[in-house]
Design a protein. Structure first.
Length: 200
């Protein structure tokens, strides 16, 4: 059951949770979040009030679920370190890299098929499925005093090269496409393929 849960059940639960969060966001945009939002949604959609209230709350429930998962990951995922000197203290650099990689399967020693500028090279990592990636802080989400588990992620090298980047206090900050609702990068399949990954 362990492999089945990891490969099928958990991803399916995650997709359902994301879908629920997206529906919640759309409902909130239409009906608002006031005290009568659930009643108005129920009347217009033909739902009972309890279902409408639960659907409107799914966005906050999903964010809590993600944060709880991140908290669990901080105690369970392996530590990852940048491959070169970032100019940051070693512990901070490892924290940032670990937060970016999370539970991704890292393939060590695999070079990037895409040339990487020297500035990005310390933050390079090869991720199974995604291919050649850079650990980045998402522009617009990143704050210098924020939680790395909320703003760090991996993005395919080609996406970072196309989006551009800046270096802020040793951290690569890039405006890669990012869905705030699901709190994840909107991956480009061509960029994944160019980096040797498999978008399937």
């Amino acid at each position: 059951m362990g492999a089945l849960e990891r490969e099928v059940v958990i991803p399916a639960q995650a997709e359902l949770a994301r879908a629920g969060a997206l529906r919640s966001r759309l409902l909130r945009e239409h009906f608002g979040t006031g005290p009568d939002a659930a009643e108005r949604a129920a009347a217009e959609l033909g739902w009972d009030v309890g279902k409408a209230r639960k659907a409107l709350a799914a966005h906050d429930d999903y964010r809590t679920w993600v944060r709880e998962g991140a908290a669990h990951a901080r105690t369970s995922v392996p530590v990852h370190r940048p491959s070169g000197d970032t100019g940051l203290p070693a512990r901070l650099a490892a924290t940032l890299m670990t937060a970016a990689c999370r539970e991704e399967e890292i393939v060590s020693g695999r070079p990037s098929p895409v040339p990487i500028p020297d500035e990005l090279a310390p933050w390079y990592v090869y991720v199974r499925g995604l291919g050649a990636c850079i650990a980045v802080a998402v522009e617009g989400v990143h704050t210098p005093d924020g939680n790395p588990w909320e703003y760090m992620t991996v993005a395919p090298v080609v996406m970072v090269l196309e989006a551009g980047w800046t270096v802020h206090e040793g951290v690569i900050v890039s405006p890669v496409p990012y869905d705030l609702g699901s709190e994840c990068v909107i991956f480009d399949e061509d960029a994944i393929l160019a980096g040797g990954g498999d978008p399937q």
